[in-house]
Design a binder for this molecule. Structure first.
Ligand code: COA
Length: 180
């Protein structure tokens, strides 16, 4: 799917493919320390990326590419179901978790492309796909750091609500999008 970013550049949205690994590795290497420390699902070395996608149905990668340069400019991860690691904390908010209709989400956008509407576009694209898979709720991957203003605003704008707070290297929030 092709959309236009706020900087008037055309971008292409699609699922991550196995032959994107080099491009994805380059993308992750180029992220600033500030962005890297916000994005936690996997390590940034090549082998960790390969291992992360080894079971094809467990993790779904989504990417945005700059049409002019073919450069990867955004990368988001969906895991079908919830993170076992977060189960007790999520249940403590009274959630009944469901591995068939819940999913877990982690977004990232290249530093130079942040605040250009790319995160919004890619998330809307992902939501359309998720509905087709019967997913009804989106839960944040390990929550969001409360001082991550861009991300917190991004989630509220896209319909997420706060479930609760927890401490892990500072204050964090669990958030959920219901009625996808
Ligand atoms: C969070 C992130 C995915 C948002 O994607 P993005 O492409 O930058 O966001 P968009 O341009 O699509 O903006 C969507 C909304 O996010 C919020 N937002 C974006 N940039 C912002 C900024 N500089 N300051 C405050 N809020 C901002 C706004 O609510 C914005 O809506 P608006 O444009 O109508 O005001 C992206 O900034 C990012 O990768 N950040 C670093 C990694 C990260 O924090 N990941 C999340 C970990 S929990």
């Amino acid at each position: 799917m092709i959309v236009q970013a706020k900087n008037n550049r055309q971008i292409f949205l699609r699922r991550l493919k196995i032959d994107d690994i080099d491009r994805l590795f380059q993308y992750l290497q180029n992220l600033s320390d500030e962005t890297r420390k916000r994005f936690g699902p996997h390590h940034f070395d090549r082998q960790s990326i390969i291992d992360f996608y080894i079971n094809v149905d467990e993790h779904l990668g989504y990417v945005a590419l700059d049409i002019d340069t073919s450069e990867l400019i955004a990368y988001s991860i969906i895991r079908i179901g919830y993170l076992e690691h977060d189960r007790f904390r999520l249940q403590s908010y009274g959630l009944s978790l469901d591995n068939k209709t819940d999913c877990t989400f982690a977004p990232s956008v290249a530093d130079a492309w942040q605040s250009c509407g790319v995160g919004d576009h890619l998330f809307r694209f992902i939501c359309t796909e998720l509905k087709g898979y019967g997913i009804q709720r989106v839960i944040l991957w390990g929550g969001v750091q409360c001082d991550n203003e861009k991300a917190v605003n991004f989630y509220y704008k896209n319909g997420f609500r706060t479930l609760g707070h927890f401490e892990y290297h500072g204050q964090n929030m669990d958030m959920i999008l219901e009625n996808l």
